[in-house]
Design a protein around this ligand. Structure first.
Ligand code: BGC
Ligand code: BGC
Length: 624
């Protein structure tokens, strides 16, 4: 009898393991094909094309009847697309309900998928918890935390009814002069692979059918972080920053296929493994061919080789960029390459007419349309939109936890885990909360907008008091010290004399795509000045850099007794104080290599070994 026991135990283990597997593996999107096929068979060509279009809310709503006339299948809010009634939780939820009600008036009443850039929390909506940007999450190296953040983001997005985010960004930025570097978890593909997968798991949950899950979108496929810096005039609609001496955004990634696969593809492989519902092709090109136009990338590799069963959504007005001046050719190339849904914020009517014409002329086969619509409907079935027993209007009960203390506590945890300590002499940190006086200075000490960076409330972000409910670093310091400790503050660092210690918070002001490309990442004069002014007071100086990427700190570092970086930590400044006062010993490790000077760029772990001579290596980070 005894001898059977180990075998029985092994059996039980095996069974429970396979159960665990069954429950952890997401349901395949093609498992809905039976229902999809039945619906597809009842659809007209117009209805099918409508499913493939995504206008921006304000443009389609201003044309009464267009939602029905064009059978619109999806709507987005881009970075500057607030409800007409203003930016509030109520107004966003009302907007979603209005759009959904319009869609339900069509013949087949197929609900819309509503997409938004909830890229660090529900980051367009006033009062949402704003989490650190991905570059900071990369410093935590903590997939469980990233998953938890994805869950909370999903819940806050669902509170407004919306069920689709254009994230996670699984870019692998190779050149920090790119203004979207902060949207990537790391320059290291293996870290992006791990954290991208965790983000998808968090957002989509165990099942997309869970009313607290949202559809994720891995972007920007593929090689968006590998473009070559250019100094020529920039083509396309987003101009380079005024006076900019170089641009990388929407550029050309000039590498062979082996390097593309090694550096830029892993994030998509893991996102697909996690069941990601959608993928957004990049504005950028691969060896001169726009990703949005590449059959090799969209169909051969993504759908056939990697087995992606969800749908591909174009970037904002990206299709028209394929053949400037020839929209019809652009649509033909893109749809035939494998684009399934067109993000056409304003030109949705033109897209509808053009695609219909192309199908009628036989230039886009009906089979391609059916494939695109099948993929879109799979996602709609998976996320519960086709469930007749479920209301497709927003669940306003979720307003109760929107921006809640519980959600903010997780963001605070992310902040403290993402802070990276670069220098700490004479045990300057941690600071005793009993010191007589702390002088705080610098342009980002009391500035939620600078803490949050781009893609916050507005597309490019904004300095200042941009959203309610958060805590600036200055406020967090004041809340952390003993009642006897005095906290003084000046923007420029003047008046630090006789303080026990100075804390200077400097760095970058918010920016997003295009605008954030920089030829020069040295600290601003006002930042250097603030640090020097505090240093001149003859007290120990702690410098905190709040930025979207490593900067050139040669002048500042020697003046700092301690130096810490927070890569766009978001609204919860207490996470910074947790580290400053030693409630949390720093564990953050750099997710990017830190250059000594601009002429070293691009510099990353894929640089030739003999040229890899950073100020701080990828993975650097001290503790107490
Ligand atoms: C960006 C995407 C974003 C989209 C919608 C584009 O300009 O490249 O990352 O998801 O706009 O706002
Ligand atoms: C929109 C963004 C979009 C960008 C693309 C902006 O006006 O608000 O969402 O990514 O245009 O160029």
């Amino acid at each position: 009898m005894k001898s059977y026991l180990p075998a029985a135990a092994a059996c039980v283990l095996l069974i429970s393991l396979s159960f665990a597997f069954l429950f952890s593996a997401p349901k395949r999107l093609s498992s809905f094909d039976h229902q999809v096929k039945e619906l597809l068979s009842r659809m007209t060509l117009d209805e099918k094309i409508g499913q493939m279009i995504q206008p921006e809310q304000e443009h389609v709503l201003k044309n009464a009847g267009d939602m029905q006339k064009y059978f619109i299948g999806s709507v987005l809010s881009g970075g500057n697309s607030d409800p007409a009634e203003g930016n509030s939780l109520q107004a966003w939820t009302d907007l979603y309900d209005r759009v959904q009600s319009e869609a339900m008036k069509t013949r087949l009443a197929i609900p819309v998928l509503y997409g938004i850039d909830a890229v660090h929390g529900h980051s367009n909506v006033l009062g949402a918890v704003i989490f650190p940007h991905n570059i900071a999450l990369g410093c935590t190296r903590d997939p469980d935390l990233v998953e938890k953040i994805g869950r909370i983001t999903a819940e806050e997005v669902r509170a407004t009814g919306i069920q689709w985010t254009f994230g996670p960004c699984v870019a692998v930025p190779q050149d920090i002069r790119w203004g979207r570097s902060y949207e990537g978890f790391s320059e290291d593909p293996s870290l992006v692979r791990k954290l991208g997968e965790a983000a998808v798991r968090g957002m989509q949950g165990r099942s997309l059918n869970d009313p607290l899950s949202i559809v994720a979108c891995a972007k920007h496929y593929v090689g968006d972080g590998g473009t070559t810096a250019s100094t020529s005039a920039r083509p396309g609609p987003v101009p380079a920053r005024e006076g900019a001496r170089l641009w990388l955004d929407q550029g050309d990634t000039k590498i062979d296929e082996a390097a593309l696969r090694r550096i830029h593809l892993p994030g998509y492989i893991s996102a697909i493994k996690a069941g990601v519902g959608t993928i957004m092709p990049s504005y950028s090109s691969w060896n001169g061919v726009k990703c949005s136009a590449s059959k090799r990338l969209l169909t051969d590799i993504l759908k056939e080789e990697l087995g992606f069963e969800g749908f591909v959504i174009s970037d904002y007005s990206a299709i028209g960029q394929i053949m400037p001046g020839d929209y019809k050719a652009s649509v033909e190339i893109s749809i035939n390459a494998g684009m399934d849904m067109a993000m056409e914020p304003t030109d949705y009517r033109k897209f509808f007419d053009t695609l219909k014409e192309l199908v009628t002329e036989g230039k886009v086969p009906v089979s391609r349309i059916d494939d695109a619509v099948t993929r879109i409907l799979r996602v709609k079935f998976a996320v519960g939109l086709m469930d007749k027993n479920r209301s497709q209007l927003a669940d306003r009960k979720l307003h109760a936890t929107f921006g809640s203390a519980e959600h903010r506590a997780v963001a605070r945890e992310a902040v403290r885990k993402s802070m990276v300590l670069l220098k700490n002499e004479r045990r300057t940190l941690p600071i005793s909360r009993q010191v007589a006086r702390i002088h705080v200075a610098g342009k980002s000490a009391d500035n939620i907008g600078n803490q949050c960076g781009g893609w916050t409330i507005q597309w490019q972000g904004q300095s200042g008091n941009v959203t309610p409910g958060g805590t600036t670093i200055l406020e967090a310091i004041k809340a952390a010290v003993s009642p006897k400790t005095q906290v003084s503050y000046s923007l420029d660092g003047i008046g630090a004399e006789d303080a026990s210690l100075g804390i200077v918070v400097v760095g970058e002001k918010p920016y997003a795509e295009g605008v954030g490309d920089r030829a020069d990442l040295t600290l601003d004069k006002e930042d250097i000045m603030a640090i020097s002014n505090v240093k001149r007071a003859g007290i120990p100086v702690v410098v905190i850099l709040i930025a979207g990427r490593p900067m050139i700190i040669g002048e500042a570092l020697p003046q700092a007794d301690a130096f810490m970086v927070g890569f766009l930590p978001g609204t919860e400044g207490q996470g910074v104080a947790d580290v400053l006062f030693g409630d949390y010993k720093p564990t953050g490790k750099l997710s990017f290599s830190w250059p000594k000077s601009m002429d070293q760029l691009p510099l990353n772990i894929n640089s030739p070994k003999n040229l890899y001579d950073p100020l701080f290596r990828l993975g650097h980070g001290l503790t107490y």
